[in-house]
Design a binder for this molecule. Structure first.
Ligand code: TA6
Length: 294
């Protein structure tokens, strides 16, 4: 409890940002502004919820998500870093999403948006997995849009290379009726077809498991959802790949109830696959996603 008290004394903001012990005993930040509300788990710096005023929740969070120390939570915006996908026997999507991040700063700006900065540095545990010194920051801005900027600084004496993703789960009315715009003509690697290299024709529609890494694309994507009657725009900077994923009905996951695949889609802001980032000592790179409801 002391830890939570210390966080609130140091970084709480009256009436709009406070810290509390959430499910599984994990510390979470709850953000409430005139324009939106949000919840962020300090484990993994994971945005769990974001709901603009007058809108349905924009992020999807599994109703059977497991909240436990060191375990990724199914939904919201997992931070995949410093690798994306599997890496030998070191687990999927890197270790950043399983670690406790620190609160580095918080403020409310003149427009009433709440800014929360979380950070993670290397330690003995991380070096056993990935032997580099780093400083990682996630700047989260909560308002009528949700902006997340993941900044990697190389604090080592040697260069290192990363893949990374803001692995965003979006809530949709019915996966069979939505489409994703913005990737027409792009080349993608199809993980459902042994990483076959294919070209997107038109908007993306869903009728089976879909798991694609779109390459060399810096464009905005839009999720068109006729059931919820909205469009969600994902604008990005510092990212040249986009992953689109829906597990469909066959993929059984303990933290994803049967049938709930129908109400989610991942459109992920990435540097994945061949789109890797190499940083020399002292260099930094930022990956940014801005989500808004049109
Ligand atoms: O981004 C798509 C993906 O790589 C899928 O292949 C699937 O593994 C998904 O991520 C979920 O990964 P997770 O480790 O969160 O279960």
């Amino acid at each position: 409890m002391q830890f939570i008290n210390t966080l609130n004394q140091g970084f709480g903001i009256a009436d709009c940002l406070h810290f509390e012990t959430g499910p599984g005993g994990l510390p979470v930040a709850t953000i409430t502004t005139a324009k939106a509300s949000a919840q962020v788990a300090l484990q993994g710096a994971q945005v769990l919820a974001w709901q603009p005023s007058g809108q349905e929740p924009v992020l999807w969070l599994s109703e059977t998500a497991e909240f436990a120390p060191g375990k990724p939570v199914r939904g919201g915006v997992p931070v995949c870093w410093p690798w994306f996908g599997p890496l030998a026997d070191k687990g999927l999507h890197g270790f950043a999403r399983n670690r406790n991040w620190s609160v580095r700063a918080s403020q409310q700006d003149a427009d009433g948006q709440v800014l929360l900065c979380l950070s993670l540095q290397d330690d003995l545990q991380s070096r056993l997995l990935w032997d580099h010194a780093f400083d990682l920051e996630l700047h989260i801005t909560v308002g009528a849009s949700l902006t997340m900027t993941l900044t990697t600084r190389n604090t080592d004496r040697a260069a290192f290379t990363i893949n990374q993703a803001l692995h965003t789960y979006f809530r949709v009315g019915d996966i069979r009726q939505i489409c994703v715009l913005g990737l027409d003509g792009c080349t993608y690697l199809d993980k459902v077809q042994a990483m076959a290299r294919l070209q997107q024709s038109g908007d993306i529609r869903f009728s089976a498991e879909t798991d694609r890494v779109y390459l060399d694309t810096a464009t905005d994507c839009v999720i068109d959802d006729p059931v919820l009657g909205r469009q969600i725009r994902i604008a990005k900077q510092g990212s040249h790949s986009t992953v689109v994923w829906n597990p469909w009905s066959e993929k059984v996951m303990p933290d994803m109830a049967s049938g709930t695949y129908q109400h989610m889609v991942c459109v992920e802001t990435c540097n994945a696959g061949p789109d890797a980032i190499t940083l020399a000592p002292g260099q930094q790179h930022s990956l940014r996603a801005e989500i808004s409801v049109l």
